[in-house]
Design a protein around this ligand. Sequence first.
Ligand SMILES: [Zn+2]
Ligand SMILES: [Zn+2]
Length: 268
Amino acid sequence: MAPALDRSGLLTRTFQMSEAVERFVGAARAFFYEVALSGRQCPVCGGRLAMSGESRCRCETCGQESDPTCAFQRCPACGGSPRLRVRRYECEICGMDMPSRFVFDGLVFDVEYFRQKMEEHRQRTAGRMERVREMLAASRSPAIAAGPLDLANHPGLLDALDALVDGSPVALQIEPRSRFDLKAYQAHVQANLGTLGRDFDEIPALRSDDRFDRVWRFIAVIFLAHEGRVRVVQDGEEIMVMQRETDREGQDISGELEEADGVEGLVG
Ligand SMILES: [Zn+2]
Ligand SMILES: [Zn+2]
């Protein structure tokens, strides 16, 4: 019976095994490429070809790089040449799928396609940032033009100032501004979300349709989100406010909006 292995012995054996498998795969790939290229010559100078990657080869004489699938394979149905479409080859005449005979165990990428996708993605992100910047700039209030001071305009202010100087306090008769009732705004926002949620701009005003009401609705949303009672997802200029229901697992769409492009995962 073979002696029992301890943990480190087992690990050493595992690494040795994995190295042996890697060596074997390397040798198998070299053999596969050799067979695939046998009898093939550089289309430019007739020199010897060597594979430099999946469906990439290089002439050992003139250094010309080429795609052997496009150079040597033909469509079995119509004789057309293959062309690379994103990640697979197809016949450029009849459109039939043409698995490459020059790909061992990897994938072939249309590098130009992915470069273009990344560029479009970058431009979209930059455009989104620009729109947000413009939106913020437009929402800035204009500079305040300070007119001449008119103390008499505020009832009781002059009396109060006199009293301050005299040292005899007088109650000020200034009308208080309407106060922000956070609880009322929070209840109002939650009552208007519906089951799925709502675009922030569609939540109706609570008191009046002025800027303060909008600011207070927004503060209420931020507090609700902070307390974990709603979820806020921003997508471009839209702010979606959603009821947070802890028992609805697996329906979190916030992550999906972020990944909507799906390009990052493919190109490092
Ligand atoms: Zn050559
Ligand atoms: Zn064809």
